[in-house]
Design a protein around this ligand. Structure first.
Ligand SMILES: Cc1cc2nc3c(=O)[nH]c(=O)nc-3n(C[C@H](O)[C@H](O)[C@H](O)COP(=O)(O)OP(=O)(O)OC[C@H]3O[C@@H](n4cnc5c(N)ncnc54)[C@H](O)[C@@H]3O)c2cc1C
Length: 354
């Protein structure tokens, strides 16, 4: 009787596991089921471009692996029954697992800002980015867009939208005094200057209190901001299914794991990517590296070998300022301008073709 590995989520983490298992050779007694609500992988790192209208929907799709060892179960995962080891997926009989991977990514976190979930658009899922695209591109000429959150996604969103719609009045709202918290000061300044030169209004030290349709209220002042569309890029948390799961979590709601990326109370469940409590900020890069490592761990378990422990070594972080400019950190080096943008495009090309 074959054992079943069920992978929840065909994103950067889940697919890295499957590709590595297929590459290294899946033992004959194992079969894989991949479950996702989409019939392809969505290249999430580019969702800002889909929302802005500078990349087409079809450019951001990557086919799921076609292999005899992999069965696809496409549908919405509605529940996880850890006692019976079953996954409930709309349109399918319950799927039984021997080993499970949770790689479902993240959703917006509104940090208690009243009205934010009703009155803002997000870019955390393909579906959300499509809605944002329609709303943004239907705004009348000279309309107002507020982007809340000056981290990597907010900066990329603002610059891409500027290229897509030179007529719009774009404001980027950030709670702290600097954009891109965690990046070196030289990069923060370079990006802030680029945005100002491209007519993006930076509202720093600005904490939102609540939102209504087309109105943003700022904490500690009587100021209000009028907007046609508000985009939310100010925080993430694991998806609702993980929020509801009874298991130990860190303060960001990510699932706590042992050194082999298994749940503390259940070694049959592995967690990858944005749902995993790792000593790194969530990223596609971390999800990919961790995914490969989980594949090596699974192979060792299945072949009764010593389980490897590999460190996660990050290569760096890159960001886009439209299609021709960018910024990033590689090792201890800051890079700005055309080169980081070209490297980022190269990484995107690779993720589509390998
Ligand atoms: C605009 C933007 C820019 C970014 N830029 C970068 C970058 O430059 N570099 C970088 O490293 N990271 C970047 N990131 C972060 C990166 O995209 C995520 O960290 C990464 O996608 C996490 O991978 P994952 O495998 O955990 O989840 P995901 O890649 O999000 O995959 C999760 C999968 O689960 C599926 N799923 C979720 N819930 C359900 C359900 N209930 N039923 C069925 N299927 C479900 C989804 O359809 C999806 O396919 C960016 C993110 C955004 C939003």
């Amino acid at each position: 009787m074959k054992k079943k590995l069920v992978v929840l989520g065909g994103g950067y983490g889940g697919l890295a596991i499957i590709h590595e298992l297929l590459h290294k050779g899946l033992p004959h007694h194992i079969e894989i089921t991949l479950v996702d609500r989409q019939p392809f992988q969505g290249l999430k790192t580019e969702y800002y471009a889909l929302a802005a209208g500078t990349s087409a929907d079809t450019e951001l799709r990557v086919a799921f692996p076609q292999a005899a060892e992999v069965t696809l179960a496409l549908g919405e995962i509605t529940a996880l029954d850890r006692t019976k080891k079953l996954v409930h997926v709309s349109g399918h009989d319950p799927i039984q697992y021997d080993y499970l991977v949770i790689g479902l990514g993240c959703t917006d976190h509104y940090h208690g800002v009243e009205g934010a979930s009703q009155y803002s658009y997000g870019i955390q899922t393909f579906q959300a980015a499509r809605k944002a695209y329609t709303a943004l591109n239907n705004i009348s000429p000279y309309g107002k867009v507020a982007i809340v959150g000056g981290g990597l996604s907010g900066v990329e969103m603002a610059s891409e939208l500027r290229e897509s719609r030179p007529d719009l009045n774009i404001s980027l709202i950030n709670r702290g005094p600097k954009l891109l918290g965690g990046f070196p000061e030289g990069i923060q300044t370079y990006v802030a200057e680029w945005l100002e030169e491209h007519d993006v209004n930076l509202l720093l030290n600005t904490q939102l209190q609540r939102m209504e349709q087309n109105i943003l209220y700022v904490e500690g002042s009587n100021a209000i901001l009028e907007t046609d569309i508000t985009l939310w890029t100010a925080g993430i948390q694991p998806v609702e299914l993980v929020q509801q799961l009874h298991a130990e979590k860190d303060k960001s709601g990510r699932l706590k794991l042992n050194k082999h990326y298994q749940l503390l109370d259940d070694p049959s469940i592995f967690v990858v990517g944005d749902c995993a409590a790792l000593p790194f900020a969530p990223s596609a890069q971390v999800a990919g590296i961790q995914g490969e490592q989980i594949a090596h761990i699974l192979l060792a378990i299945w072949k009764d070998k010593t389980i490897p422990i590999e460190p996660i070594k990050l290569r760096g972080t890159l960001g886009a300022l439209g299609k021709h400019n960018g910024f990033g950190v590689m090792g201890s080096r800051s890079i700005k301008g055309r080169v980081p943008r070209l490297i980022k495009s190269g990484i995107l090309w690779r993720s589509k073709h390998f």
